[in-house]
Design a binder for this molecule. Structure first.
Ligand SMILES: *Cc1c(COP(=O)(O)O)cnc(C)c1O
Length: 797
């Protein structure tokens, strides 16, 4: 059934008006944009419910294998966008709302972003959900219903200020509360042995309550469920304690529940090591596994069949307690033998590694883990001891080492498949962090290069380009992105070049207007839009880009009539609240912007724009308007990246290092359509080990010396000249991410970019070839890979 043609606008209109009246309790003449948003969302949800039920019915009828995707983060953004796109009701809604003087865009903009994630990892999980629905893969996403998502970012005097992200201040129209799906999650206490069985006597507990959101796939042919867990107290008040006068202790159960699903941890690439975080991880994992087993037993009798019917994906190590928890449930609560339980758990579980950065690898002290989860500590020690015995592993390998539990090793040993997220990252996994385990289990590591959903990141965000694409390659590319390859033979065609560039121009003009309206900065839509948006981290090297900006500004000032290619440098991103260096970089970008944007000499050639609060909705505004995509991490540090793929799909050219999925992007689009610079991962590794690598590089670069001097002189911070000494000092004396060693090569590549941009026809050709080659980076391709290599799951469409 094709919902795009099956929409009956009059029915939709009636639904919206009914919801406005009976759900919102508002008369049309008094309805606010919020009321309209709720009415529209509830109407769209109604349309999703039928395909959703249909999908569930089919899974039960066919007894299909289900995939469970466990993730502490789902950075879904606005759900109304998926619904409008995948139900194909954009035009109908536009027309209906216009009758009441309401703009669909205003309705969409009224929805808060569901920011239940930090960045790439959480956004990947959101793209995967949408792709699993599009492909008819029977799947559940399991996550936490945080009351507060990732903090909202403001700038005060150029500095990042964090504010709570209260997306649940208003009711969430997409969710269904399931009070009947509720599980007890125990903590702490002690373990005794009774009749040869281990019994965990927990001293604390919370309830996990399910909230379901349907996730609709392309053309509304299938919908899966995102089930988020909210914490509730097991009892509101401990009456015995209350009556005996211990009022604080009486409220303890409620206090724990209130904090448990309260807020998302804002760290992305560092590990936190706090008890509350460990409890959150167990909360998600235990609730999900109890739910999985309950659903399985409602359909089958024999738990031995679990691996045939259930695949459980651990998104990073955050849900790595799934191994010991599944064993605990099978052995302690379902009377299974240890060996059988361990075997079943391993065959159900698989693990995705997202980073090789040592500071991001999760470890828990045995003291903390043993105190919060005493039974799991026993199980982990037994898994570790048995693995040691069975594998004959060297002494350097182990789950429990130096009084710490290493979650990467635990996840690896308890999984039948472990995957990296780009070809390069998977190779590095095999050679570095998991070298020993890879030798012991040679076929366990596989690669599944990340992808992004083209429905959101192309169809929805870039309607003008989407129309051009449909005209050229025909319909259906949204679910078969390899079709974009049909654009390639026409890349030299002037007509197509004009249309693609006109679409880009339209997107740039819209963004320029937004920048003027929201930030008061005047930018020229004909200038090159050069964009770096992602979390702020030293390994991502926003400072490399900023140094080039300062160099460029200085060069323009020295010679304003040298025929400069006008550029607008866009930065966007948040820093973890405790990450000092990243926050300094943010402040310096803002200080530099202040000076450059007010310089009359350079104003026609250079502007710096840093809109606050980069999130999914902001990405959707910026990426379609980008000419140049900055993917400049130190080689070997970015596991994959997904931002890079969104830009390629939208016809931006990449300036980048051979890191993460950049390597594969370059292979697909062709080396001549990609601005490569910098060391390889191997060279970077060697360089970082060379003493004085930064001093040597600075010694060889007059340009970099000038830039560091300009910063050190306080050019951007007259009131407080010493403000950025630490940044300058870091580059001179440490520079762990090799900004200095890659600087000259980066300048040269940027000069190539300037030259290429001046040849408008050549640039258009390169942009078209980038779009045409982006089919590989659809998350549909990624999910097909997981279904075949990791989950052994079948589409039911
Ligand atoms: C895609 C995306 C990311 C990931 O970007 P990278 O450049 O791959 O780090 C982070 N945040 C948001 C909001 C995104 O949409």
């Amino acid at each position: 059934m094709n919902m795009q043609t099956a929409v009956v606008p009059e029915q939709l209109r009636q639904k919206i008006l009914d919801h406005l009246t009976y759900a919102q309790g508002k008369d049309i003449s008094h309805a606010s944009i919020y009321d309209w948003r709720m009415a529209v969302s509830l109407s769209l949800r109604d349309m999703i419910v039928d395909p959703w039920f249909n999908a569930t019915r089919q899974i039960y009828e066919k007894h299909g294998k289900r995939v469970y995707y466990l993730s502490m983060e789902f950075l879904i953004g606005r759900l109304i966008e998926d619904a409008v796109t995948n139900l194909g009701v954009g035009d109908a809604l536009d027309a209906i709302l216009a009758d009441y003087n309401v703009k669909l865009n205003d309705v969409i903009e009224n929805e808060p972003d569901a920011a239940l994630g930090n960045g790439g990892l959480g956004r990947l999980a959101a793209c995967f959900l949408e792709s699993m629905s599009t492909l008819g893969c029977p799947a559940y996403g399991y996550g936490i219903r945080y009351d507060f998502g990732l903090f909202a970012q403001r700038f005060e005097g150029g500095r990042q200020v964090e504010m709570p992200e209260d997306w649940l201040m208003h009711p969430n129209p997409w969710e269904f509360v399931r009070p009947e799906s509720q599980y007890t999650i125990p903590f702490k206490g002690y373990v005794s042995v009774e009749n040869g069985k281990s019994v965990w006597h927990a001293s604390e507990a919370v309830l996990a309550r399910a909230y379901d959101m349907p996730i609709i796939g392309w053309n509304a042919e299938w919908a899966n469920t995102l089930r988020l867990w909210g914490a509730l107290p097991t009892k509101l008040l401990d009456l015995d304690r209350f009556n005996s006068g211990d009022y604080t202790a009486a409220a303890a159960p409620e206090a724990l529940a209130r904090t448990l699903s309260r807020v998302l941890y804002p760290e992305d690439t560092t590990e936190n090591g706090k008890e509350l975080r460990l409890k959150q991880e167990f909360f998600l994992t235990s609730a999900a596994l109890q739910d999985i087993i309950r659903r399985f037993l409602s359909e089958f009798d024999d738990l031995a069949l679990l691996p045939e019917k259930v695949a459980i994906q651990m998104n990073d190590t955050h849900p790595a307690l799934a191994g010991p928890e599944l064993i605990r449930l099978l052995v302690d609560e379902h009377d299974m033998a240890w060996e059988t339980a361990k075997d079943i758990a391993t065959r159900c579980l698989s693990y995705t590694n997202h980073t090789l950065l040592p500071e991001a690898l999760e470890r828990w002290s045995t003291w903390l883990l043993g105190r919060v989860l005493p039974r799991h500590m026993q199980i982990i020690e037994r898994i570790d001891a048995e693995h040691k015995k069975e594998s004959g592993r060297p002494d350097t390998v182990g789950i429990v080492m130096n009084d710490e539990v290493r979650m990467g090793e635990l996840a690896f040993i308890m999984a039948h498949r472990v995957n990296g997220v780009s070809a390069l990252h998977t190779d590095l996994m095999r050679e570095t962090v998991f070298a020993d385990l890879n030798k012991l289990h040679p076929n366990r590591i596989v690669n599944e290069t990340n992808g992004v959903t083209p429905r959101r990141w192309l169809k929805y965000t870039n309607p003008s380009l989407s129309n051009v694409i449909t005209d050229v390659v025909g319909s259906g590319w949204e679910a078969d992105l390899d079709k974009l390859a049909d654009l390639a033979p026409l890349a030299g065609n002037t007509g197509l070049q004009k249309r693609v560039m006109a679409s880009k121009q339209e997107n740039k003009e819209r963004l320029a207007e937004w920048v003027k309206g929201h930030m008061g900065i005047e930018i020229d839509p004909a200038a090159m839009f050069d964009v770096q948006v992602k979390r702020i981290h030293e390994y991502k090297r926003q400072h490399l880009n900023l140094f080039e900006t300062i160099y460029r500004w200085n060069e323009i000032r020295k010679n304003p009539t040298a025929g400069w290619t006008p550029r607008v440098k866009f930065f966007g991103g948040k820093a973890a609240p405790g990450y000092f260096m990243a926050k300094q970089i943010i402040r310096l970008i803002n200080d530099v912007a202040e000076v450059i944007n007010n310089d009359p000499v350079t104003k026609d050639f250079l502007k710096v724009v840093y809109p606050p609060n980069y999130n999914v909705s902001m990405a959707e505004k910026l990426i379609p308007a980008a000419d140049l995509s900055e993917q400049i991490s130190t080689s070997g540090k970015e596991a994959s990246g997904t931002g890079n793929m969104k830009f390629t799909m939208n016809g931006a050219l990449t300036i980048g290092t051979l890191d993460g999925a950049n390597v594969e992007i370059r292979e697909h689009v062709g080396a001549e359509n990609f601005f490569l610079f910098g060391m390889t991962a191997q060279e970077a590794g060697e360089c970082a080990r060379t003493p004085d690598h930064a001093r040597n590089a600075i010694g060889k670069s007059q340009a970099l010396r000038d830039v560091l001097q300009i910063i050190a002189e306080g050019t951007f911070n007259r009131a407080e000249p010493g403000r950025y000494y630490d940044i300058v000092d870091n580059i001179w004396n440490h520079d762990p991410f090799l900004v200095a060693s890659d600087f000259e090569d980066y300048l040269a590549a940027q000069a190539d970019v300037d030259a290429a941009y001046r040849d408008r026809s050549r640039w258009a050709e390169m942009a078209i070839l980038n779009i045409a080659s982006s089919g590989f980076f659809s998350s549909d391709r990624t999910i097909r890979g997981y279904m075949a290599d990791v989950w052994d799951a079948k589409s039911l469409l």
